[in-house]
Design a protein around this ligand. Structure first.
Ligand code: 3HC
Length: 285
């Protein structure tokens, strides 16, 4: 199999990442089936896509007709079986190992023998997800960055048993979506989150310990090191629940240097998850 034989792409999960992956794949000509467990979640995914396509039309990246064609190439469903004839399936469901292993166990039953099965996990082990199937060699990590339509890179994660040919296909597929790739071994947090999450966590600790106001912590990092978002704004953008989960996984696997900041746990407990709930470190409309 090579990337030329991929026509139909399945996406599991219509949240921020799943809907972004569906949109980008459809933008590059693939027929996409986007699946979530409830119709309401599928509809929310289409709203996110419409909003993003609207922005790309207003800044003249796409024409109205191109945006309409992208939308037409995406079908929504709540049935996993509707992904049976997909050549490549990307799972972007909740960051929960048991949920992902269940999904991959089910995919093993329904997906074509030569289908590429990818997970967008941000920190969980590809090898452990792959072990839920009878075909661990067919599983690879395709780790997209948020917001998927604008971020230029995709991390390819290689599990213990991933077939090297599949790794090549994963690179080619991501490049076909207009992304540049880099590769990581299946080690906790891969390249990006292993380095990004402690940076965010330390920003939260600095705020909690009264080093500076949240605005000054973000300004210090934005203006002082030329990153587009300081750690607290970026944490809100990613979602505090995702940051906490990733940091807990790193802490569990790599020890105390990754212990989540106390304030991060408290915010998640309070349901203040960042932009998506209207409040995190900052307030959003
Ligand atoms: N869809 C389409 N277009 C979008 C968009 C979206 N979802 N989000 C932003 N844009 C467009 C805007 O319309 C705007 O276009 P224009 O300049 O031509 O009008 C352009 O992108 C810039 O957006 P904004 O003016 O709203 O704001 P910024 O200049 O701050 O850019 C950003 C937004 C691209 C998100 C930038 O702030 C950024 O790069 N931030 C860092 C993001 C980051 O680090 N992401 C990775 C997180 S880690 C991760 O995802 C891994 C996971 O496992 C945790």
């Amino acid at each position: 199999m090579d990337v030329e034989t991929i026509d139909r792409v399945g996406v599991i999960g219509a949240g921020t990442m799943g809907s972004g992956i569906a949109q980008v794949a459809a933008t590059h000509g693939y027929d996409v089936v986007m699946r979530d467990i409830e119709q309401e979640f599928v509809e929310n995914g289409f709203e996110t896509i419409d909003d993003s396509l609207g922005r790309l039309v207003s800044n003249e990246t796409l024409t109205e007709d191109e945006a309409a064609a992208v939308r037409d190439r995406i079908t929504g469903t709540t049935e996993l079986e509707d992904l049976a004839d997909c050549d490549l399936i990307v799972e972007a469901a909740l960051e929960d190992l048991d949920i992902k292993r269940d999904i991959f166990g089910d995919l093993d039953e329904i997906a074509a023998d030569d289908a590429v099965l990818a997970t967008n996990t941000s920190t969980l082990s590809i090898t452990s997800i792959a072990a839920a199937t009878e075909r661990p060699e067919s599983i690879v990590g395709l780790h997209f960055m948020n917001p998927v339509p604008v971020m230029p890179g995709v991390e390819i994660v290689v599990g213990e048993q991933t077939n090297p040919e599949l790794v090549d296909i994963a690179h080619e597929f991501a490049e076909d979506l207009g992304k540049t790739t880099w590769e990581s071994d299946d080690k906790p947090g891969f390249v990006t989150n292993r380095i990004l999450m402690p940076w965010i966590n330390e920003g939260i600790r600095a705020f909690d310990e009264g080093v500076a106001t949240k605005e000054d912590i973000d300004a210090g990092m934005e203006l002082g090191t030329n990153v587009p978002m300081g750690p607290l704004t970026l944490a809100d953008h990613i979602g505090l629940d995702i940051c906490l989960h990733a940091t807990e996984t790193l802490h569990e696997e790599l020890g105390d240097r990754y212990k989540p900041a106390y304030l991060l746990k408290r915010k998640v407990e309070a349901g203040e998850l960042g932009k998506k709930t209207g409040s995190g470190f900052y307030e959003y409309e």
